[in-house]
Design a protein around this ligand. Sequence first.
Ligand code: GH3
Ligand code: MG
Ligand code: MG
Ligand code: MG
Length: 315
Amino acid sequence: YILKENRFSYEYVVRLVRSLQRNKDVKVLVADDSVVSRKFVRSLLEQHLYQVIEADDGNSAWEVLQQQPDIQLLITDYNMPGLDGFGLILKVREKFSREELAIIGLSSDGDESLSARFIKNGANDFLQKPFVHEEFHCRVLNTLDSLDMIRKLWEQANLDYLTCVYNRRYFFGLFEDQLEQIKQKQGTLSVALLDIDFFKKVNDTYGHDVGDEVLVEFASRLQHFFGQHFTVSRFGGEEFTVAFKSLKQEKAFALMDKFRSQLEIQPIATSKGDIFITVSTGIAELSDDSLDAVMQRADKALYDAKESGRNLVCI
Ligand code: GH3
Ligand code: MG
Ligand code: MG
Ligand code: MG
C-alpha cells in the first residue's frame, strides 16, 4: 500500500509506519449528514487502520463524544441539519481541550472564509471537499502526531519519571487556580506529606536500584489507595503528597492511618526479596492562607511524626 503512494520521503514513510502501529487504538469520529461522504472518509481512515465511529449530524456526534471521551479525533462536516459543524465544535471545545481531542473540519461549501472560521472556532485543521486522498492522509497524520507530541510533552512536564505519579510541578499547579475558588466557596483542602522512614538504609543495604524499586511500588500503592478520588504526587526523593480536595484533615487522617497500617504489614517485593518499610506522615488543612503555608504546617506535622518515633500520622 505504501509503495502505491508514489510521492513520499523516507521521513514520511517512517512516520506512517509508526502511525499504523498506533492507529488501531485511535478512535476517530466522523460527523457528516451525507452517507456517501461519511462512508468515503471511513474507507480512507480504515486504510490506515483507525477505529471509525460515524454520526449523521452534530447532535448525535455530541452524544457519541459524551459516551466515548477517549475519541482522539473528530472529523466534522460544516453543513448538517440541527447542530452544524461550527455549533458542534464550539460545544466540543467547552469540554475537550486541544490536548485531549483534535478536530478537522470538512466542507464542500465554496465559501473561502470557512477554513479560517473553522480554525478560529477550535478546529486544528480544515479540508475542502473534494480532496485528494494523500492530502487527507497527511493532514490526519500531522494532526494526530501533534496530539501525541503535546501529550508526551505534558507527561514529561507533569509526571514523575521514576514512579509515574504526578510530580511536584503538577501538585503546585493544580491549586494555583483552585485555591481562591475553594476559599470563596468555603470548601476545604487537606494535604498529606509522606516521608518513607529510614529510606537511606534501604539504599545502603540493598543498593540504589532496589531503593528505586521500593519507590515505584510505594507510589503504586499510594496511587491505588488514593488515586481514584485524590491527587498523589512525588514531592521529591522519598517524599510524596496526597491532596485531599473537599476533605477535612480529620477524615484525611483516618484514611492515611489506614494506608500506614496496611503498608507496615505488607512487605514490598523486590529483586532482592521482600522488604518491610514504614512511612511517617504530616497532615495539614487550608485555612485563610496559601498552599505554601499549608505545606509548612504539613512539614511541621511530619517532623512531629518522625520525632515521636516514626510510622505515625500527625496533624
Ligand atoms: P528518615 O526516617 O528520617 O526520613 O530517614 P531517611 O533515611 O528516610 O531520610 P534521609 O533524608 O536521610 O534519606 C533519604 C534518602 O532517600 C537519601 C537519598 O539517597 C534517597 N533517595 C532520594 N531520592 C531517591 C531516588 O530516586 N532513588 C533512590 N533509590 N533513593 C533516593
Ligand atoms: Mg453536510
Ligand atoms: Mg526525606
Ligand atoms: Mg525518609
